[in-house]
Design a protein around this ligand. Structure first.
Ligand SMILES: NC(=O)CC[C@H](N)C(=O)O
Length: 749
């Protein structure tokens, strides 16, 4: 696959003979390549010397310190009680806060405010309203009342509601979430005050992703307080779940992006032959970051810093063209909002640098896909991180109880955890030996596994020592060695002081996974607290024995979920089956776990989602799955018919005319290539017909059947068509091939 870069002046020849010399520049692909090659280098846009980046931190956020400066003391204190301790919001302070936010925002150039909410589409939604109202004397007055801060009224039926709202029932409300700070979004022509909100229907039912996150955090706090009380911690400091999502993404030049209808509309390539060079050299991961990409990262990070998003890490990821950005921990609700802003910022900044940021879980077949590993823990201002084992975990009973609760929760609700990461995109990634398999299991590491084994055998009295790393080079400093190795194949891994839910997809909102983790762990913490409370009610000294029995019981029941080995291996798949673990390989298999009896009763017991709300989510996600596959199938058909078929027959014609011409002058022509192309053209036409058939099937009877049809008929037909197209790409003349190739998209920066 040679890539002779064309200059923009080159034109296409319609004649087949000598095509490679004269037709360069004719296909959208060739124009894309030459546009990239002739691209001007990115200008320097950041004055990083005179205005160091730390000076930007949170400048566009209505932070606690801004509140302190601008609000009366009593109002500030009352707000803080709600933000830090989960106390009920006092509606009487709304007018005062609104006026202070408006003044602050207008000083920063804001003309409008927007309630930002998080509908079930997984994206964000916003409607902007001006602060300015006309006055009778022909002027304007700026106003922003407490009511405008607290409540908005977008059309509740225009967002996916899974049947909760019908078209005629329009009323929906957005409600100010004081626990997630308001911020200013900049645009070259003005700024907007953004207020994170919950979005509910007229009946109070959640139509969004934020409301259940808040409810689940409340549930987790209530249950965690009971465990803390057992251990003598009664200050009541709010126990918040915390999250730190690692975002993986690809960057491709926008010229390629626009020349690929599949990337533009589906976010992934539906066709594309395997390039000779992929990721086999392992030379991209942590490699030197290309200059243009680093410039993009610096600017994206500066924007995120302004929004108070604590991004910390950047690096090249495993696949060529793939990168990662990761923040440090924040309260789960704020982390979820920040995660949405991060995706938006990455996309917008990439545009400024002439690139497209691909957040899809599997934009390119054959190289690694992208995950969003969600690091999860729980903690409070007085107790710190409750999943930090300390130096001698076997003596840290409180940690061991919380940890055992997590093990029980994951074991009991494997199906739910699989369901909340289910999507058409993530199906291509999970289980493809580059990301965790679809089987949910927990990696504990040597040290914790050993401690739990000791407890099971009657009591733990030691922790495996951490030791020192021996490198055998005198000039290198001695390093303390971690007590256990890490595991990259586990969907749910303990990583020293938190769990990392690695199965989450790069394009997903982290809210669903957070709601699931918070709630299942709240349920297990409730179970542990109930047993420990009962055991110590009459005799407080019974606590140690009760903990020992509790943890032993949990391990006896739930240890099949613990697996420290290679999650990609065939042996694990067999072993997991023997252990009775679920292996829900596709979204069509996984989604119904959202409404299993145990899930419905758990969510309603803790007031996180009602049965109706759960069903509405299931219906929405089923619909999204079907729509995604349908769009992809229709795109595949249109690309195959209008781009691939014409290219293939042009090449076929070129070969046929050469053959005919040679025969005329008495030469033989070896027709092997012509035969292959002819066979592939036939197979292309057949593949198109089969996929068309699958797409236009009679409507199946239930949403489950609809999903099954996409999974069992449409996707396999797309794959079959892809096989033919990819074979054609390997044989058709390079100058005729219309789509930018993997080689070009992944390697030209
Ligand atoms: N470096 C890594 O951890 C690779 C992770 C992988 N890209 C995923 O999809 O999860």
């Amino acid at each position: 696959m040679s890539t002779a870069f064309a200059s923009p002046s080159e034109t296409t020849s319609s004649s087949a003979a000598g095509a490679s010399a004269s037709s360069a520049g004719g296909t959208p692909r060739r124009s894309a390549v030459s546009a990239v090659v002739n691209r001007l280098t990115s200008p320097k846009t950041i004055d990083f010397v005179d205005v160091p980046v730390q000076e930007y931190y949170s400048t566009n956020v209505f932070t606690k310190s801004v509140m302190k400066d601008r609000l009366p003391k009593s109002v500030y204190k009352s707000l803080l009680q709600t933000i830090d301790s989960g106390a009920k919001l006092d509606p009487a302070i709304a007018d005062i806060v609104a006026s202070a936010i408006k003044d602050w925002a207008m000083e920063k150039g804001a003309t409008h405010y927007a309630h930002v909410f998080y509908p079930l589409t997984g994206a964000t939604a916003e409607k902007h309203d001006s602060f300015l109202s006309p006055t009778s004397d022909g002027g304007t007055l700026s106003e922003f009342s407490g009511k405008q801060l607290c409540q908005g009224e977008p059309d509740g039926s225009s967002f996916p509601s899974g049947g909760i709202r019908v078209t005629s029932q329009a009323r929906g409300y957005t409600i100010w979430d004081v626990t997630s700070p308001a911020y200013i979004l900049e645009n070259p022509n003005g700024t907007t005050l953004c207020i994170p909100t919950a979005f509910v229907s007229w009946t109070g039912e959640a139509l969004d992703k934020k409301t259940p996150v808040l409810r689940s955090m409340q549930a987790l706090n209530q249950q965690a307080q009971r465990i803390l009380k057992i251990f003598g911690h009664t200050d009541g400091a709010f126990v918040a779940s915390t999250a730190g999502p690692e975002q993986e993404y690809f960057l491709v030049d926008r010229n390629f992006y626009y020349a690929r209808p599949d990337l533009l509309n589906a976010g992934r390539t539906l066709f594309g032959a395997k390039p000779p060079k992929g990721q086999q050299f392992d030379d991209h991961y942590f490699g030197a970051i290309p200059e243009r990409v680093l410039a993009f990262m610096c600017e994206a990070e500066r924007e995120l810093f302004k929004l108070g998003i604590p991004v910390k890490t950047r690096h090249n990821e495993v696949a060529p063209g793939q990168f990662e950005i990761a923040p440090v921990f924040e309260s789960a609700n704020v982390a979820a909002d920040h995660q949405q802003l991060m995706m938006l910022t990455l996309r917008r900044t990439a545009e400024k640098y002439g690139m497209a940021c691909l957040l899809h879980e599997k934009p390119f077949a054959g190289v690694n896909g992208s995950g969003k590993h969600v690091n999860w823990s729980l903690g409070s201002s007085s107790q710190g991180n409750m999943l930090d084992p300390g130096g001698t975990p076997h003596e840290n009973a409180q940690f061991l109880v919380f940890c055992a609760a997590v093990i029980r929760a994951v074991y009991k609700h494997q199906g739910l955890l699989r369901a909340v990461v289910a999507s058409a995109g993530n199906d291509h990634r999970l289980g493809a030996n580059e990301a965790p398999p679809a089987i949910i299991s927990i990696f504990l590491g040597d040290q914790l596994t050993d401690i739990f084994e000791q407890i099971r055998a009657g009591g733990a009295n030691s922790s495996l020592p951490s030791g020192t790393l021996e490198v055998g080079v005198d000039v290198l400093p001695p390093l303390p060695k971690d007590a256990g190795d890490r595991n990259r194949t586990s969907p749910f891994a303990f990583t020293g002081n938190r769990f990392e839910f690695r199965a989450v997809g790069s394009n997903q909102s982290i809210s669903g996974p957070l709601v699931a983790m918070n709630t299942i762990i709240a349920e297990s913490v409730d179970y542990c607290a109930t047993r420990l409370e009962a055991a110590t009610e009459k005799d407080p000294d019974a606590l140690n024995g009760a903990i020992q029995t509790l943890i032993s019981d949990i391990l006896s029941e739930c240890s099949p979920i613990i697996f420290n080995g290679d999650g990609y291996s065939e042996a694990w798949h067999k072993e997991a089956e023997k252990r009775g673990l679920l292996n829900l390989t596709t979204t069509a298999d996984a989604l119904s776990s959202l409404v299993g009896d145990d899930v419905v009763s758990m969510f309603s017991k803790y007031g996180v989602l009602s049965e109706r709300e759960l069903h509405s989510r299931l219906e929405t996600y089923q619909e999204q799955y079907c729509m995604t596959v349908d769009v992809e199938a229709n795109l595949a058909l249109s690309i195959a018919k209008t781009m691939i078929f014409p290219a293939a027959v042009r090449y076929q014609n070129e070969l046929a005319s050469t053959c005919a011409n040679l025969k005329l002058v008495g030469y033989e022509f070896d027709t092997d290539t012509l035969d292959s192309v002819t066979a592939l053209v036939k197979s292309l036409q057949e593949g198109i017909a089969v996929l068309e058939d699958a797409v236009t099937h009679d409507s199946a009877s239930t949403p489950e059947d609809e999903c099954r049809h996409r999974c069992d008929a449409v996707l396999p037909s797309m794959l079959k068509l892809r096989e033919t197209v990819d074979k054609l790409e390997e044989i058709v003349a390079d100058d005729i091939w219309p789509l930018p190739t993997y080689q070009e998209m992944l390697f030209i920066k």
